[in-house]
Design a protein around this ligand. Structure first.
Ligand code: ADP
Length: 189
Protein backbone atom coordinates (compact mmCIF):
# COMPACT_ATOMS: atom_id res chain seq x y z
CA UNK A 1 0.00 0.00 0.00
CA UNK A 2 1.27 3.46 -0.88
CA UNK A 3 0.05 6.34 1.28
CA UNK A 4 0.69 10.06 0.84
CA UNK A 5 0.47 12.52 3.73
CA UNK A 6 -0.25 16.13 2.85
CA UNK A 7 -0.70 19.18 5.02
CA UNK A 8 0.68 22.59 5.88
CA UNK A 9 4.00 22.98 7.71
CA UNK A 10 3.54 22.06 11.36
CA UNK A 11 0.39 19.99 10.69
CA UNK A 12 1.97 16.98 12.36
CA UNK A 13 2.85 14.94 9.26
CA UNK A 14 6.15 13.76 10.74
CA UNK A 15 4.60 12.64 14.02
CA UNK A 16 1.63 10.94 12.39
CA UNK A 17 3.79 9.47 9.61
CA UNK A 18 6.02 7.78 12.22
CA UNK A 19 2.99 6.33 14.06
CA UNK A 20 1.47 5.16 10.81
CA UNK A 21 4.73 3.50 9.87
CA UNK A 22 4.74 1.57 13.17
CA UNK A 23 1.14 0.57 12.70
CA UNK A 24 1.41 -0.57 9.09
CA UNK A 25 5.02 -1.75 9.00
CA UNK A 26 5.56 0.37 5.88
CA UNK A 27 8.67 2.55 5.73
CA UNK A 28 8.08 6.30 6.07
CA UNK A 29 10.06 8.59 3.95
CA UNK A 30 10.07 12.34 4.34
CA UNK A 31 11.86 14.64 1.90
CA UNK A 32 12.26 17.22 4.69
CA UNK A 33 14.23 14.73 6.84
CA UNK A 34 16.29 13.44 3.91
CA UNK A 35 17.18 17.00 2.90
CA UNK A 36 18.08 17.99 6.48
CA UNK A 37 20.32 14.93 6.67
CA UNK A 38 22.01 15.88 3.38
CA UNK A 39 22.56 19.43 4.68
CA UNK A 40 24.10 18.09 7.92
CA UNK A 41 26.44 15.77 5.98
CA UNK A 42 27.29 18.56 3.51
CA UNK A 43 26.68 16.36 0.48
CA UNK A 44 26.34 18.08 -2.95
CA UNK A 45 22.55 17.80 -2.57
CA UNK A 46 22.76 19.31 0.91
CA UNK A 47 24.92 22.19 -0.29
CA UNK A 48 22.36 22.93 -3.03
CA UNK A 49 19.36 22.70 -0.72
CA UNK A 50 20.65 24.49 2.39
CA UNK A 51 19.98 28.12 1.50
CA UNK A 52 16.61 27.34 -0.07
CA UNK A 53 15.45 25.44 3.00
CA UNK A 54 16.68 28.03 5.44
CA UNK A 55 14.80 30.75 3.59
CA UNK A 56 11.60 28.67 3.70
CA UNK A 57 11.38 28.17 -0.09
CA UNK A 58 10.79 24.93 -1.96
CA UNK A 59 13.61 22.78 -3.30
CA UNK A 60 13.33 22.19 -7.08
CA UNK A 61 11.00 19.53 -8.45
CA UNK A 62 13.90 17.79 -10.25
CA UNK A 63 15.86 17.37 -7.03
CA UNK A 64 12.81 16.11 -5.15
CA UNK A 65 11.85 13.63 -7.86
CA UNK A 66 15.43 12.32 -7.95
CA UNK A 67 15.22 11.65 -4.21
CA UNK A 68 11.80 9.98 -4.59
CA UNK A 69 13.10 7.72 -7.36
CA UNK A 70 16.03 6.57 -5.20
CA UNK A 71 13.76 5.86 -2.23
CA UNK A 72 11.17 3.95 -4.23
CA UNK A 73 13.87 1.68 -5.61
CA UNK A 74 15.04 0.61 -2.14
CA UNK A 75 14.23 -3.03 -1.35
CA UNK A 76 12.41 -1.86 1.81
CA UNK A 77 9.97 0.12 -0.35
CA UNK A 78 8.87 -2.96 -2.30
CA UNK A 79 5.53 -3.44 -0.53
CA UNK A 80 4.66 0.23 -0.29
CA UNK A 81 5.69 3.43 1.44
CA UNK A 82 4.37 6.30 3.48
CA UNK A 83 5.29 9.47 1.61
CA UNK A 84 5.44 12.22 4.20
CA UNK A 85 5.42 15.80 2.93
CA UNK A 86 6.94 14.54 -0.31
CA UNK A 87 4.53 16.16 -2.80
CA UNK A 88 4.39 19.96 -2.60
CA UNK A 89 3.73 21.00 -6.18
CA UNK A 90 1.54 19.71 -9.01
CA UNK A 91 4.62 18.73 -11.12
CA UNK A 92 5.81 16.65 -8.13
CA UNK A 93 2.38 14.97 -7.96
CA UNK A 94 2.67 14.13 -11.66
CA UNK A 95 6.25 12.90 -11.23
CA UNK A 96 5.40 10.66 -8.26
CA UNK A 97 2.47 9.22 -10.22
CA UNK A 98 4.82 8.40 -13.12
CA UNK A 99 7.48 6.84 -10.87
CA UNK A 100 4.94 4.64 -9.07
CA UNK A 101 3.37 3.63 -12.34
CA UNK A 102 6.77 2.43 -13.61
CA UNK A 103 6.65 0.03 -10.66
CA UNK A 104 3.09 -1.00 -11.50
CA UNK A 105 1.73 0.91 -8.51
CA UNK A 106 -0.36 3.94 -7.71
CA UNK A 107 -1.16 5.84 -4.53
CA UNK A 108 -3.80 4.01 -2.52
CA UNK A 109 -4.63 6.83 -0.13
CA UNK A 110 -4.02 10.55 0.09
CA UNK A 111 -4.44 11.84 3.63
CA UNK A 112 -4.65 15.55 4.28
CA UNK A 113 -3.98 16.80 7.83
CA UNK A 114 -6.20 19.82 8.20
CA UNK A 115 -5.24 22.52 10.73
CA UNK A 116 -5.91 26.23 10.95
CA UNK A 117 -3.16 28.79 10.25
CA UNK A 118 -3.42 29.89 13.87
CA UNK A 119 -2.69 26.41 15.18
CA UNK A 120 0.19 25.99 12.68
CA UNK A 121 1.86 29.16 13.94
CA UNK A 122 1.40 28.12 17.57
CA UNK A 123 2.84 24.67 16.94
CA UNK A 124 5.88 26.02 15.14
CA UNK A 125 6.42 28.54 17.94
CA UNK A 126 6.50 25.68 20.43
CA UNK A 127 8.78 23.55 18.24
CA UNK A 128 11.24 26.43 17.89
CA UNK A 129 12.00 26.10 21.59
CA UNK A 130 12.53 22.34 21.39
CA UNK A 131 14.33 21.75 18.08
CA UNK A 132 16.85 23.99 16.46
CA UNK A 133 15.53 24.16 12.90
CA UNK A 134 16.80 27.08 10.83
CA UNK A 135 13.57 27.02 8.78
CA UNK A 136 11.49 27.58 11.92
CA UNK A 137 12.82 31.15 12.16
CA UNK A 138 9.79 33.49 11.98
CA UNK A 139 10.58 34.95 8.51
CA UNK A 140 11.17 31.45 7.11
CA UNK A 141 7.87 30.23 8.55
CA UNK A 142 6.01 33.03 6.75
CA UNK A 143 7.63 31.96 3.47
CA UNK A 144 6.86 28.28 4.11
CA UNK A 145 3.19 29.12 4.62
CA UNK A 146 3.21 31.23 1.45
CA UNK A 147 4.83 28.39 -0.52
CA UNK A 148 2.24 26.05 0.92
CA UNK A 149 -0.69 28.26 -0.10
CA UNK A 150 0.50 29.05 -3.58
CA UNK A 151 2.09 25.73 -4.59
CA UNK A 152 0.93 22.91 -2.32
CA UNK A 153 -2.74 23.76 -1.76
CA UNK A 154 -3.48 23.22 -5.53
CA UNK A 155 -2.15 19.67 -5.15
CA UNK A 156 -5.27 18.83 -3.10
CA UNK A 157 -7.58 19.66 -5.99
CA UNK A 158 -5.33 17.62 -8.31
CA UNK A 159 -5.77 14.52 -6.12
CA UNK A 160 -9.47 15.27 -5.52
CA UNK A 161 -10.00 14.94 -9.26
CA UNK A 162 -8.09 11.64 -9.46
CA UNK A 163 -8.10 9.39 -6.41
CA UNK A 164 -9.80 11.51 -3.77
CA UNK A 165 -8.40 12.94 -0.54
CA UNK A 166 -9.24 11.88 3.03
CA UNK A 167 -9.36 15.07 5.06
CA UNK A 168 -8.51 14.54 8.72
CA UNK A 169 -9.07 17.27 11.31
CA UNK A 170 -5.59 17.47 12.82
CA UNK A 171 -6.50 19.42 15.97
CA UNK A 172 -6.48 17.58 19.30
CA UNK A 173 -4.09 15.09 20.83
CA UNK A 174 -1.56 13.07 18.82
CA UNK A 175 -3.46 9.89 19.76
CA UNK A 176 -6.82 11.31 18.68
CA UNK A 177 -5.46 12.28 15.26
CA UNK A 178 -3.74 8.88 14.87
CA UNK A 179 -7.06 7.19 15.65
CA UNK A 180 -8.85 9.26 12.97
CA UNK A 181 -6.24 8.25 10.41
CA UNK A 182 -6.52 4.58 11.39
CA UNK A 183 -10.31 4.73 10.98
CA UNK A 184 -10.00 6.20 7.51
CA UNK A 185 -7.54 3.49 6.45
CA UNK A 186 -9.66 0.70 7.91
CA UNK A 187 -12.77 2.02 6.22
CA UNK A 188 -11.01 1.79 2.88
CA UNK A 189 -9.40 -1.63 3.27
P1 ADP B 1 7.46 21.34 6.83
O1 ADP B 1 6.54 20.34 6.24
O2 ADP B 1 7.09 21.67 8.25
O3 ADP B 1 7.66 22.55 5.97
P2 ADP B 1 9.72 19.61 6.33
O4 ADP B 1 10.69 19.14 7.34
O5 ADP B 1 8.82 18.57 5.76
O6 ADP B 1 8.90 20.74 7.04
O7 ADP B 1 10.49 20.33 5.12
C1 ADP B 1 11.48 21.29 5.37
C2 ADP B 1 11.89 22.00 4.08
O8 ADP B 1 12.42 21.02 3.15
C3 ADP B 1 10.79 22.69 3.32
O9 ADP B 1 10.51 23.96 3.84
C4 ADP B 1 11.40 22.74 1.90
O10 ADP B 1 12.38 23.74 1.79
C5 ADP B 1 12.10 21.40 1.80
N1 ADP B 1 11.24 20.35 1.21
C6 ADP B 1 10.82 19.21 1.81
N2 ADP B 1 10.07 18.47 0.99
C7 ADP B 1 9.97 19.17 -0.17
C8 ADP B 1 9.31 18.97 -1.42
N3 ADP B 1 8.58 17.87 -1.67
N4 ADP B 1 9.44 19.91 -2.37
C9 ADP B 1 10.19 21.01 -2.18
N5 ADP B 1 10.83 21.28 -1.03
C10 ADP B 1 10.73 20.37 -0.03
Amino acid sequence: MDILLLGPPGAGKGTQGALLSQRTGLPRFATGDLLRDAVARETPLGLDAKAIMESGGLVSDDIILGIVRDQLLLPSARDGVILDGVVRTVPQAEGVEALLSQLGRQLDRVIFLDVSDEEVLERIDRRRDLEDRADDAPEAVVRRLQAYRSQTAPVLAWYDDRIGVSRIPAQGSVEAVAERIAEVLEASS
